[in-house]
Design a protein around this ligand. Structure first.
Ligand SMILES: [Ca+2]
Ligand SMILES: [Ca+2]
Length: 274
């Protein structure tokens, strides 16, 4: 059944938009990024013939774990002629990071593929004519890096990128918040080595003080020391390749002399009690 038909059924039965979205996903979207630790992906329209002129890519971040893909069904248009070994009509490609693992077509299923710590991508391409049933795969992620981030309530502590000082895992997205708790946060980076990018577009730490605009850092220059009466948030992101050893930051919460009166957001000095 097409998405449009489902939509009509949904409207008729007054199903929620969320239910409709769930329904669409289960039918197989054209690409996207998976979340969670296991799931299934199928080609658009599966198990009915996929549409022509597809170019869909599904991204499966490894988050430092071990990713397994098992194709449980695979039926694409058969290749033909001199270029048949190149799957010249419809095909599925699997990539690990930027490296092509293989290209499959016809009923030559990729079977089960296991990946290390690199993000996997599954790409499906179809030409304009002749479709078959498509594919379905199940994926699972095991041994991912421990959950990162959290709220730091202790009066002093250390925050490091995952697995520091060993090169951090790829595809991380961690947020730590240091709660000022009425005191002054004093924090200092002791080490900072992240992949360099002209606009820190690959791996970065964003420092967010109170409601201020986030400041993004990458490369190997230590960010300036932090002193804040507002909560401080660190947002760390690594992309899927070229990871460095990461960062280490120490912080402490200095109680205010007056016992912790409320303070101005992000200012260097406590507000004058009125
Ligand atoms: Ca085709
Ligand atoms: Ca990177």
């Amino acid at each position: 059944m097409s998405n449009m038909m489902w939509m009509k059924v949904c409207v008729f039965l007054q199903l929620s938009c969320a239910a409709l979205a769930q329904l669409s996903r289960s039918q197989g979207d054209c690409g996207g990024t998976v979340t969670g630790v296991e799931g299934a992906i199928s080609s658009p329209g599966y198990p009915v013939s996929y549409p022509g002129n597809l170019d869909c890519t599904w991204t499966l971040p490894s988050r430092g774990g071990r990713l397994t893909l098992t194709f449980t069904d695979f039926q694409l248009e058969r290749p033909f002629g001199l270029l048949s070994s190149q799957c010249n009509y419809d095909y599925v490609e699997v990539l690990q990071g930027d490296v092509l693992v293989g290209r499959w077509c016809g009923e030559d299923s990729p079977g089960t593929l296991t990946f290390g710590s690199r993000t996997a991508r599954v790409r499906m391409v179809s030409d304009a004519h002749i479709s078959r049933r498509g594919f379905r795969l199940q994926w699972s992620l095991r041994g991912t890096a421990p959950p990162c981030g959290g709220v730091m309530n202790s009066p002093y502590g250390e925050i490091t990128s995952p697995s520091y000082p060993v090169d951090c895992p790829s595809s991380q997205d961690c947020t730590w918040t240091i709660a000022a708790q009425g005191g002054q946060i004093v924090a200092s980076f002791q080490d900072f080595v992240l992949e360099t990018g002209s606009s820190c577009q690959y791996d970065y730490v964003e420092i967010i003080i109170g409601d201020e605009t986030p400041r993004r850092h990458c490369g190997s220059d230590l960010p300036a020391d932090i002193a804040s009466y507002s909560d401080v948030t660190l947002h760390f992101v690594s992309d899927e390749n070229k990871e460095e050893r990461g960062f280490q930051l120490f912080y402490s919460i200095q109680p205010l002399p007056n016992g912790g009166a409320s303070a101005e957001s992000g200012s260097d000095q406590p507000s004058t009690p009125s």
